[in-house]
Ligand binder design. Structure first.
Ligand code: AKB
Length: 315
């Protein structure tokens, strides 16, 4: 990135956006990174902020022009659990938000775009263990359908118009700085808050539901690494499989008990169980590792120690 380049993060108040903005402002200059979200004001005062509704194409264009934006990270989305409650709104946000930015790229307003996909592109017919990059993708959630369609559109814009779009299929992301909203993997964050606050947690998934997960510092590093990678190293322009670790609710509870011996977990599975069961247990991300050098750092024990330490620390 040159001194004249400007980044716009759309959805900056969300679980990923909060940490991504901070990290981008550390790497580049704070004024080069414009945070934006649907909320009127930002709590993060470390750089410029714009209120932006990504569904308003005119507003999007105005902000891109105003700041002479060269790169966009489009994080505004409705996740799997909320998406099942508002299917058409989820489709609208997840697809039309993407189209507004893809079109801005096609028209030459921006040079590069990051758009997150998810393990939700996989479905009940996908091989569950060590799921390959190219495999059956028949998602059964609206979120998954929108992410799969988005991947196809990203690859289409790359092939047809040369749009420099980059994407990762995130597993469940675990973080302490900000909360996730409306996902199926959110239990792996809630459990830490409840363990510290109440000493117990009722999980909305069954004890042996194994899902792919990742600690946020790994997720942020992967996101910035793929954006900084030389285009010639990228063989995938739909979205890369990305993996950290996999665990079950029972396994994370056992790990928490090593720090909080009296912690108790119980199980009351709800509609999110069916979503979780439709997703893979583990992901083969060898293409990301070979193409641009991806490597995760955090295992379950390291995540647990770090989460508890940070959530306990006085704010
Ligand atoms: C969700 O649970 O919906 C998300 C995801 C796996 O994309 N965290």
């Amino acid at each position: 990135m040159s001194a004249n380049d400007r980044i716009l993060v759309i959805g900056s108040a969300g679980q990923i956006g909060t940490e991504l903005v901070t990290r981008l402002r550390e790497i580049y200059k704070p004024h080069q990174v414009i945070a934006s979200d649907i909320r009127a004001e930002s709590t993060d005062l470390s750089g410029p902020y714009e209120k932006l509704n990504v569904l308003n194409a005119t507003e999007v264009k105005e902000i891109l022009q105003k700041h002479k934006i060269t790169e966009v990270y489009l994080l505004a989305a409705m996740l799997s659990a909320t998406g099942e409650k508002q299917p058409l709104a989820a489709w609208d946000l997840n697809m039309n938000g993407l189209f507004h930015i893809l079109e801005a790229a096609r028209e030459g307003q921006i040079q590069k775009l990051y758009w997150p996909s998810s393990i939700a592109v996989f479905g009940p017919t996908t091989p569950k263990i060590n799921t390959p990059q190219l495999t059956i993708t028949e998602p059964s959630t609206v979120y998954g359908i929108s992410k799969l369609a988005g991947e196809r559109w990203c690859e289409y814009y790359f092939n047809k118009y040369g749009t420099d779009v980059r994407s990762l299929r995130y597993p469940g992301l675990i973080s302490w700085k900000s909360a996730p909203g409306g996902g199926t993997t959110d239990y792996a964050v809630h459990i830490f808050h409840e363990a510290l606050k109440n000493g117990k947690y009722t999980c909305f998934l069954t004890e042996n539901t194994r899902l792919p997960m990742m600690y946020m510092p790994d997720g942020i590093r992967a996101t910035i690494d793929i954006m900084q990678a030389s285009a010639s190293r990228l063989s995938i322009r739909s979205s890369y499989n990305l993996a950290g670790i996999s665990f079950t609710p029972a396994e994370i509870a056992t790990e928490i008990k090593k720090h909080l011996p009296n912690f108790e977990i119980s199980y009351a599975p709800d509609f999110r169980q069916a979503i979780a069961e439709s997703w893979p247990e583990s992901i083969n991300d060898s293409l990301a590792r070979n193409d641009w050098g991806w490597n995760h750092e955090y295992n379950l024990s390291k995540i647990t120690t770090d989460m508890l330490q940070n959530l306990r620390a006085p704010k």
